[in-house]
Design a protein around this ligand. Structure first.
Ligand code: FEO
Length: 395
């Protein structure tokens, strides 16, 4: 159902309440998501982005209830990924000759995915199209935010930035605007989205944010590709992105472990006590990787100044859950974070050294040699774990 955004701009997307994972099973989406598509009806009619493939027919049928598809003058594809371009095939079957405005890279990604030679019009930053009534669309390339083909589209006079993935959240809601939803949920989903999707591109993101600010465009709304539209103080999310893109950290230490017979778990809890005893201000959180959502833990790592990894030794190695999670952290390219390691062992006891090596390779600054304990920890070992926590807190 069409919903008014501002003046002659409407939302015509899809709210996906059932979505529990994204990018296959790579990213958890506990609160669903939405695929935001926008219709602008000035002298020219413009469609900005579409929806994910499973909703393609539904999307086109709904759009046909609102307008004669032949009235569409311009289609804007801000990004080629299937969650935004997924209804193009169904749409272009009905209106095959309509022009699709996108970046040169988006031509590659759209052709690569749909194998169609549609009427592409390549645009670069600063290019404009006149849509009548004194309004223009201005394009801004957003390469690596988060694909090489990404761009944003700015609508003059209404001052709306259609930002696609940037500034979004995987957050299903019938409310269209940021001021109408629960603020805790909104910012939880915004930071999770940033931590898990955009962190690897921090360097390019910083430059892009500076570029957007330097354009000095008045922005009344940021209409994202997922989640809500920022209309109440829209620059608040740009400011958040500026902070998050600058090797962000809070006063938090996160302990992440897996355990076989609860020895390593006991150490984790004692280390947490030692940290809290030494620094009452620091936030300490513990996660058993095998029992927690990995994307939620990544968000906690994103907020942390120090990450303490724990695994028992098994088969001269560490538990594969821990190896996999360190690999995930490595792909996030975190900067400016310290790490330490701990774990129980029965015989050979390599886990702590392996953890330190892997964490160093993942870009963390390893502090100290770590703490290891043979067999199940006794009272003395538990006290030593507390002391280890105290030492980490002081570092
Ligand atoms: Fe990069 Fe929302 O797709």
């Amino acid at each position: 159902m069409k919903k008014q955004v501002k003046n002659n701009v409407s939302w015509v997307g899809k709210v996906d309440w059932e979505l529990q994972s994204f990018h296959g099973e790579e990213l958890s989406t506990h609160k669903g998501s939405s695929y935001n598509s926008y219709l602008i009806q000035e002298e020219k009619t413009v469609l900005i982005d579409t929806v994910w493939v499973p909703f393609a027919e539904e999307f086109v049928e709904n759009l046909e209830k609102e307008i004669d598809l032949n009235e569409i003058d311009y289609i804007i594809a801000n990004h080629g990924e299937v969650d935004h371009s997924g209804a193009l095939s169904a749409l272009m079957k009905r209106i095959p000759d309509k022009p699709i405005y996108c970046t040169a890279n988006a031509v590659k990604s759209l052709k690569g995915q749909y194998h169609q030679d549609w009427n592409f019009k390549v645009v670069k930053t600063g290019d404009k199209i006149d849509i009548g009534n004194g309004k223009e669309l201005i394009f801004v390339e957003m390469a690596m935010l988060h694909w090489p083909d990404s761009m944003a589209t700015y609508l003059t006079k209404d001052n709306i930035l259609f930002s696609n993935d940037a500034f979004g959240q995987h957050y299903a809601t019938e409310k269209l605007f940021n001021d109408l939803v629960d603020q805790c949920e909104l910012f939880e989903e915004s930071i999770k989205y940033f931590a898990n999707i955009l962190t690897p591109f921090n360097f390019m993101l910083r430059k892009k944010l500076d570029e957007i600010i330097a354009l000095n465009l008045p922005i009344d709304m940021i209409a994202t590709g997922h989640g809500i539209i920022w209309r109440d103080n829209p620059m608040q999310i740009v400011e958040k992105y500026s902070a998050w893109a600058n090797d962000y950290q809070e006063n938090q230490i996160t302990i992440i472990y897996d355990t076989m017979w609860n020895g390593t778990k006991s150490l984790a809890e004692m280390i947490a006590q030692g940290i809290s005893k030494t620094d009452s201000e620091v936030v300490v959180k513990l996660f058993n990787i095998a029992k927690s959502d990995e994307n939620d833990i990544i968000t906690e790592v994103f907020k942390s100044k120090t990450v303490i990894m724990g695994s028992p030794t098994v088969g001269n190695n560490i538990l594969h859950t821990v190896t996999g999670f360190i690999q995930l952290m490595k792909s996030m390219k975190f900067k400016n974070k310290k790490s330490a390691a701990f774990g129980c062992y029965g015989w050979s006891g390599e886990s702590v050294k392996i953890l330190n090596d892997l964490m160093g390779d993942a870009g963390f600054e390893v502090i100290g040699e770590g703490f290891r304990n043979q067999w199940n920890p006794d009272e003395n070992a538990l006290n030593e774990a507390v002391s280890f926590g105290e030492t980490i807190a002081k570092m």
